[in-house]
Design a protein around this ligand. Structure first.
Ligand SMILES: [Zn+2]
Length: 252
């Protein structure tokens, strides 16, 4: 990976709310949105409709005399709303050229973690939202090698996915295609004692269509070991298994 990102914005605490917020451990995925970006009303178009008490909350974000020891904004704004508005502004900022450069620095330092898939060989990942609307799901990480999404490390797992948006990693690699890795060539092959499994080994056995072997008669004394095994087989069959819940979020 030879690309060097250009940005050198400071992320040290400086008495501002933004400086305090992005330096919290739980917000380590977030980059610092420059004041001038937040102050440009063009960048905030439409957010008034999404965040209650918009102007007051925006003032809190732009606070330059934030009490970092107390951790509380004297403007008496709702901290949840302040985080929400900052997150929505952040999602817009990180798809600008400067924002992509900021996130590129974090990516190349490995701050978003690595792909948990063994055959991705520690590929660096980027944060992604599964929705662009706040409150629908937590942040995930996207692996550009296997092109799948995973749960991030626990420290930042409770950030809202809308703080990054569903397009960010794809915009990132459109801007920096030289960083896009090749797809993995290796694939895990299931084996038992070294032997590959025949595809029929994991398929559900054909049911005995009627009579005493019907599922309703499963307690009958005539039910043999074979039908017990059939139930086990059904549990592991890829065709009958319910979709794996990779993510820890609720849909309603
Ligand atoms: Zn991967």
């Amino acid at each position: 990976m030879s690309h060097k990102c250009n940005s050198s914005h400071s992320i040290m605490p400086d008495g501002t709310w933004i400086g305090w917020f992005v330096n919290l451990q739980v917000n380590a995925f977030l980059c610092r949105v420059p004041f001038e970006f937040v102050q440009d009303r063009f960048n905030l178009t439409g957010l008034e409709m999404l965040v209650p008490s918009f102007h007051q909350t925006l003032d809190a974000i732009l606070d330059t005399e934030f009490d970092t020891d107390y951790g509380f904004n004297p403007m008496d704004t709702d901290p949840e709303l302040t985080a929400q508005l900052y997150g929505l502004i952040h999602a817009r900022y990180i798809i600008t050229a400067r924002g992509i450069d900021d996130m590129c620095q974090k990516y190349q330092r490995g701050e978003f973690g690595i792909c948990p898939r063994i055959f991705c060989n520690g590929q660096l990942v980027l944060p992604v939202g599964l929705s662009d609307r706040f409150g629908e799901s937590h942040v995930k990480v996207y692996c550009p090698r296997c092109r799948d999404v995973y749960q991030p490390h626990a420290r930042c797992a409770l950030l809202d996915g809308a703080m990054f948006g569903s397009s960010f990693p794809h915009m990132f690699f459109m801007q920096l295609p030289q960083l896009l890795p090749e797809p993995p060539v290796e694939k895990y092959t299931p084996r038992i004692y070294g032997f590959q499994l025949h595809k029929s080994a994991l398929s559900a056995p054909k049911s005995q269509s009627s009579g005493s072997n019907s599922p309703n008669n499963k307690n009958s004394p005539g039910q043999s070991k074979v039908s017990h095994c059939a139930n086990v087989s059904l549990e592991v069959s890829p065709t009958s298994r319910p979709p794996m819940r990779r993510f820890n979020f609720t849909l309603n």
